[in-house]
Design a protein around this ligand. Structure first.
Ligand code: ADE
Length: 225
């Protein structure tokens, strides 16, 4: 099986490269390695929707990946999770596309992108194995936009309007491209902050630690495919 991993930041991809013995693939920002019998292509995509979309399509076109995992950190937008907890995507949408139903009326005729159930189940199995009594996780809606959110009013809007568990800057774009290509995907996000007025400080302190937790879940998925 061929698996593509999309990571926005160095701290979200370094561990994969180490664990999978990855080497430069010869294609900009893409490293190739092995996990058991699987070929794994790890892409350092950069931040935001265009980077995510373009690099997801590159993974599909260059390597014909069978699955895509987007692994990284996010700002928590729900009340029952906190920093270092994990959100598994059930579905994703854009919080900065308006009016959103343009995507329903025209191509791709969907504004909410559903994750692959097998990958979601494996992610839940991985989280159930984490031995930390303070650790919590949930599966639900992730909202994506080209904004680093540090605004509790916006957080409430995401919760009220979308039922969002967390917000980040790539997931729905990865999901959108996977839908167009009929490639199964999942987004795994560990919380680096609460997307509130202290988000920047929390992110700087916690992103590398949270990214490791998302990495553990993503690696478990690949190891058990
Ligand atoms: N990724 C991590 N924290 C985030 C936030 N607060 N907003 C958007 N993306 C994020």
């Amino acid at each position: 099986m061929k698996i593509g991993i999309i990571a926005a930041l160095d701290c979200e991809m370094e561990e994969f490269c180490r664990d999978f013995g990855a080497v430069d693939s010869g294609h900009y920002g893409i490293f190739s390695g092995k996990c058991k019998e699987h070929d794994v292509y790890i892409c350092l995509a950069g931040v935001g929707k265009v980077n995510a979309a373009a690099n997801t399509q590159r993974l599909i076109d260059l390597f014909g990946v069978d699955y895509v995992i987007n692994s990284g950190v996010a700002g928590c937008t729900c009340n029952h999770l906190g920093v270092c907890d994990v959100v598994i995507s059930k579905e994703l949408t854009y919080h900065d596309f308006s009016p959103l139903d343009i995507l329903d009326k025209y191509a791709p005729n969907a504004s909410v992108f559903k994750a692959n159930e097998k990958l979601v189940k494996l992610a839940n199995d991985a989280c159930a194995k984490i031995e930390d009594e303070n650790f919590r996780y949930d599966t639900g809606m992730i909202v994506t936009g080209d904004i680093f959110v540090e605004d509790s009013t916006l957080v409430k809007k995401f919760r009220d309007n979308f039922g969002a568990l967390c917000t980040e800057m790539e997931g729905a774009a990865v999901a959108h491209v996977c839908l167009l290509n009929k490639v199964p995907f999942v987004v795994i996000r560990a919380m680096s902050d609460n997307a509130d007025e202290k988000a920047d400080m929390s992110f700087n302190e916690m992103a590398a630690i949270a990214a490791k937790r998302a990495g553990f879940v993503s690696t478990y998925i690949i190891s058990n495919l």
